[in-house]
Design a protein. Structure first.
Length: 428
RNA sequence: GUGGAUGUAGCUCAGCCCGGUUAGAGCACCUGGUUGUGGCCCAGGUGGCCGGGGGUUCAAAUCCCCUCAUCCACCCCA
């Protein structure tokens, strides 16, 4: 079944996206665009490739993504280029490059496009995958954190998704992290001998990430570890408090997960994730948080910001898993059949005419029996077929057959053209 | 990078354990049953380097080795 002789397969972890699925994707994207518009976000498109340093600096040199999951190559002048593994870095680069800070108000943008990570593919994880997301750059106000969370929860409701939960946490800022890191360091050094190899190396390079470890013995040890959430400075604790009370006020259910540490180094204060039980092992549908130092880190003035990214493929899995019927509404399809010898000019003109009135014409293009043409019309789900018969054409008539009712009538061609919408009414 | 499962017709899969006629089914596709009328039904037909390579054997889809691919899980993340 696999490869025909000489054929070249798709690249590992990438997929062709076409007919039934792409309609669902379009629907998701349209719904998201509309939601972002309602919340005042403007669309932005940034390049799929950026200089490697952009990601190394923003995501963090010692993160798994930068260490081993980027598609990186050299251009002809030996500059290191990387296919973007996430959307925020590019947006922030564009923010600086185009001086968005001089625009009125804060910057609210949303994006949508492919991302690339060189991981081993599995359910809900591809090497080329698609995300949409948004960034609100220029304010520390916790209201933005709340707004962004609310926006996406609204969106999931709009898409009729069930069975998802919001997890929140705070990862502090420079101040509290410094003090906390000292505490955690001490703890990790004390327990170093009992930790797995991975955790030991993380203890040195990126201690906060140890909590991601799924090794049960490590996790048991971490039950007694000091948690950043319990050691926030006054400002961060206040921010986190406010976030919670706003969420309560808005009756958005959430749970605090003190071990929620996300895979990018740039997060500060608020981090959150929405998980779905319908997904399998990769249960994060969407994730995001604050990144108050990133703009500065990439060469701008100190500017606080918050953002989110949603995994489209994962959203689709969840949506499909709960069998939400999605039927794109489409105009009536009309199949034009011919019987006997014909000048195809008549067919072409008729197709044009049908199209001009908003219906979708189909035609066999290949010589086929009338029976075969009607069969095809049926398979294509056409509502009507117009039969151009040699006999009828002598009288300037055509046959209009309703494929749903199974009835047909001879009508005057000009009359049909004039009153096309009356003839092609589809009953719902 | 590590582990497990699976690769047979366009699709879903049987056959493999226990080697032995021309490798099967359902769906899909094409033709006919209607000189110009779909769906349902009936009859017939097209379509397979049995993922690839090597080995064992008189004989391999079937047993052994290697390899590639896909899926799932770990890691990490959307």
């Amino acid at each position: 079944m696999f490869l025909r002789r000489n054929a070249i397969p798709v690249v590992k972890g990438t997929k062709d996206i076409f007919t039934p699925e792409i309609e669902l994707i379009d629907h998701i994207n349209r719904t998201a665009d509309e939601k972002y518009r309602q919340y005042g976000y403007k669309k932005i498109e940034t390049p799929i490739m950026e200089y490697t340093d952009l990601f190394a600096r923003s995501i963090g040199t010692y993160t798994d993504i930068v260490q081993k999951e980027m598609f990186t190559f050299s251009d002809r002048k030996d500059r290191s280029i990387t296919l973007r593994p996430e959307g925020t870095a590019g947006v922030v680069r564009a923010y600086l490059e185009n001086n968005f800070s001089f625009n009125p108000g804060i910057t609210k943008v949303h994006y949508n496009g492919p991302m690339f990570r060189a991981e081993r593919p599995q359910k809900g994880r591809l090497r080329e995958f698609h995300q949409f997301g948004c960034e609100a750059i220029g304010s520390m106000n916790v209201l933005l954190d709340v707004e962004i969370i609310e926006l996406h929860i609204n969106l999931l409701h709009k898409l009729k998704l069930k069975d998802f939960t919001l997890l929140i946490n705070s990862v502090g800022d420079k101040n509290c992290r410094k003090e906390y890191t000292a505490l955690l360091d001490k703890f990790l050094r004390k327990n170093k001998s009992k930790l797995c190899e991975n955790c030991r190396s993380r203890a040195d390079t990126n201690p906060l990430r140890v909590f991601d470890c799924k090794n049960p013995t490590c996790q048991e040890i971490y039950n007694d570890a000091p948690l950043l959430t319990d050691h926030l400075c006054d400002e961060c604790a206040g921010h986190f408090e406010k976030l919670q009370s706003w969420l309560k006020l808005k009756t958005i259910p959430f749970s605090i997960n003190k071990k929620l540490v996300r895979g990018f180094d740039y997060y500060t204060k608020t981090v959150f994730e929405i998980q779905s039980t319908l997904l399998g092992a990769q249960n994060a549908l969407l994730g995001g948080g604050r990144y108050d130092y990133l703009i500065e880190l990439l060469g701008g003035k100190p500017t606080p910001a918050v953002g989110t990214a949603v995994g489209i493929e994962r959203l689709m899995i969840a949506l499909k898993e709960q069998n939400i019927p999605f039927k794109p509404d489409h105009k009536a399809q009309v199949y034009i059949c011919t019987a006997g010898n014909f000048d195809e000019k008549i067919v072409i003109r008729l197709m044009d005419h049908v199209r001009e009135h908003g219906y979708i014409p189909f035609y066999s293009y290949e010589a086929k029996s009338l029976k075969a043409q009607l069969k095809e019309a049926d398979k294509l789900n056409c509502s009507f077929s117009l039969i151009l018969g040699e006999e009828e054409m002598k009288k300037d008539q055509i046959v209009l057959r309703s494929l749903e009712k199974g009835s047909q009538e001879n009508i005057d061609l000009n009359d049909f053209k004039k009153n096309i919408s009356d003839y092609l009414k589809v009953k719902n």
